[in-house]
Design a protein around this ligand. Structure first.
Ligand code: UT7
Length: 352
């Protein structure tokens, strides 16, 4: 029997501060109606002063590891998808690993923006298949509130902060929870559509002073919208073909939660009934690398996913990047509903 990565733990967390559309409308030239009708978002959570990606990621990792207890008691690799690392260097994954009591295990970041979780999942599953690891913690965590311009009505309403994580273990493809296939892609010719222009070697080598305005996230929303639908639809079809599933076999299509309209458009394009598209954006917004594990946690704890369901994950993000994965859903009776807590308080008090 060939070796496969099997999902055996899941957890997610949101920071406590909730920002409603009404709160944004009070200071930006926007309305709740515009935001909700264009995106499906009513509110999002943001970190408090001093909190960073690793604070959220550590708590999500703790929850995922707790839900895997009995099956997996520790991991031998940590992969963190993030576009908002605690520092430009080093990577944030080693700090998260140490805070989880995993000092010594290989730990690295994956930078694929909103596709990051699928890329990190592929890296973790690939490490298991190649026998580089037997148990992997895969995290997706982002704090876009730290890079979005709070005065930009085109981006500030869309993004929220959060973190989610899964635990993978070596198993076989016939088991519930097995990751059966991936499809990944990129298109660097359109890198400028989603960008933080400043702060990197391109700007620094130019001899100019770092312009604070260039440190904000920028996105050409309309163009990104079209690419997102096209790429997630193509990628979903490709992964279905790779694993030999018909579109009618799909019980749940869990897309990157960028915009509710994008998720229904992808379902329509692929031919998955809309009610099988998991839409969990309303109270969290676009949480970038955290969005898929957050949506999975919500679906798993609200009876949206059942053991044996055939699930397709699909994502699209800056780079441009995209990716999909097909898996069967495991028995996740120990998964807790995602918490709205912890982050926003100093790191030390989270780990005790
Ligand atoms: O996570 C990575 C992937 N990201 C995505 O997939 C995001 C993809 N893009 C989107 O979800 C959508 O393009 C947005 C939600 C960002 C924007 O929705 P849209 O339907 O594409 O609107 P638009 O950008 O075409 O703007 C329509 C109008 C414009 O006014 P005019 O030019 O028609 O007069 C905008 O200036 O809406 C205006 N507008 C707003 N109005 C009120 C833009 N933002 C706002 C706002 N409130 N917050």
């Amino acid at each position: 029997m060939s070796r496969a990565a099997v999902l055996c733990g899941l957890g997610a967390v949101l920071p406590p501060r909730r920002v409603t559309n009404e709160e944004l409308a009070a200071r930006l030239d926007t309305t709740h109606e515009w935001i909700h009708s264009r995106t499906g978002i009513s509110s999002r959570h943001v970190v408090g002063l001093g909190a960073a990606t690793s604070d959220l990621a550590t708590e999500a990792g703790r929850r995922a590891l707790a839900s895997a207890q009995g099956d997996v008691n520790s991991v031998d690799m940590v992969v963190l998808a993030t576009a908002t690392p605690d520092h430009p260097l080093p990577g944030t994954a080693p700090a998260v690993a140490s805070r989880l009591g995993l000092t010594g295990v290989p730990a690295f970041d994956v930078a694929a923006v909103c596709s990051g979780f699928i890329y990190a999942l592929a890296a973790g599953a690939g490490a298991i298949s190649a026998q580089l690891a037997d148990r992997v913690l895969v995290l997706g965590a982002d704090v876009f509130s730290t890079i979005v311009d709070p005065d930009d009505r085109e981006t500030a309403p869309i993004f929220g902060d959060g973190a989610g994580a899964v635990v993978l273990r070596a198993g076989d493809p016939a088991e519930d929870g097995a990751l059966l296939g991936f499809q990944l892609g990129s298109d660097g010719t359109n890198a400028g559509l989603i960008q933080v222009p400043g702060g990197g070697s391109r700007e620094r080598s130019g001899g100019r002073r770092v312009d604070p305005a260039e440190m904000h996230f920028s996105m050409q929303g309309r163009a990104v919208y079209r690419h997102a639908i096209a790429r997630m639809s193509e990628s979903t079809r490709a992964v279905l073909e790779r694993v030999g599933w018909d579109v009618t076999d799909v019980d749940a299509l869990v897309g990157h939660q960028a915009n509710a309209r994008i998720l229904t458009a992808v379902a329509d394009a692929v031919g998955v009934p809309r009610e099988r598209a998991v839409i969990a954006i309303e109270h969290v917004g676009n949480t970038s690398a955290a969005s898929i594990p957050l949506a999975l946690t919500r679906a798993a704890t609200t009876d949206g996913l059942s053991r044996g369901d055939r699930v397709v994950l699909t994502a699209f993000g800056g780079g441009l990047t995209w990716g999909s994965s097909a898996l069967t859903w495991p028995d996740f009776s120990r998964v807790e509903a995602y918490a709205v807590e912890q982050a926003g308080i100093p790191a030390q008090s989270i780990t005790g």
